[in-house]
Write a protein that binds this ligand. Structure first.
Ligand code: IMP
Ligand code: MG
Length: 181
């Protein structure tokens, strides 16, 4: 039993479910991009575990880059101001870009990322998110690939953190309210 497990009220998605779904998405992405060499852009830090597994399920040549963003304010919710912490290095002009993000909550980060990367004039810009919280959206959000729709709980593990912890849990769990309230 993982020591961090006692901070969870429930395991929402176990390793097997995650790995099975990640492999399905990887095969779909490979199928949809068989005539190009896409650039996967992992959104740091939360997207790094998902990206690491996803890229190994995609059976076509591709490039990998990272974009680090942060939103100021309380840890368990986003404040409305997004800032770039680390820019991409690859020139994505004319390239097929796939953004790999951990979770869509309000949708603000994704809206910002789409707008920002769109300015570089990629040939196409798609978004792949592992988790979506539809009840938390504060704006119209769209993405091409999604792993799982979840409720409006605060989740950790598989890259997702609370207060910089729990990213290394190999599964996704609901954090006990007493930990963050
Ligand atoms: P949004 O901009 O409100 O959609 O928030 C997206 C970002 O907030 C995600 O990329 C995560 O880093 C973080 N976030 C939102 N919900 C959760 C959660 O339940 N657990 C951990 N991080 C979360
Ligand atoms: Mg994130």
């Amino acid at each position: 039993m993982n020591k961090m497990n006692c901070d969870l009220s429930e395991v929402l998605l176990d390793e097997y479910r995650i790995q099975t779904r990640v492999r399905e998405i990887g095969l779909q992405i490979a199928h949809d991009h068989k005539d190009s060499v896409p650039v996967l852009i992992g959104i740091m830090k939360g997207g790094f575990v998902f990206l690491a597994d996803l890229c190994r399920s995609i059976t076509i040549p591709l490039e990998i880059d990272f974009l680090a963003i942060s939103s100021y304010g309380a840890e368990a919710s986003s404040s409305g101001v997004v800032k770039i912490r680390k820019d991409i290095d690859v020139d994505i002009t004319g390239r097929d870009v796939i953004v790999v993000e951990d979770i869509v909550d309000s949708g603000l980060s994704l809206q910002y990322i789409r707008e920002y990367l769109g300015k570089h004039a990629p040939a196409s810009l798609k978004v792949c998110v592992l988790l979506d919280k539809p009840a938390a959206h504060k704006m119209e959000v769209s993405f091409e690939y999604v792993g799982f729709k979840i409720g409006n709980e605060f989740v950790v593990g598989y890259g997702l953190d609370y207060n910089s912890l729990y990213r290394n849990l190999p599964y996704i769990g609901i954090l006990k309210e007493e930990i963050y309230k």
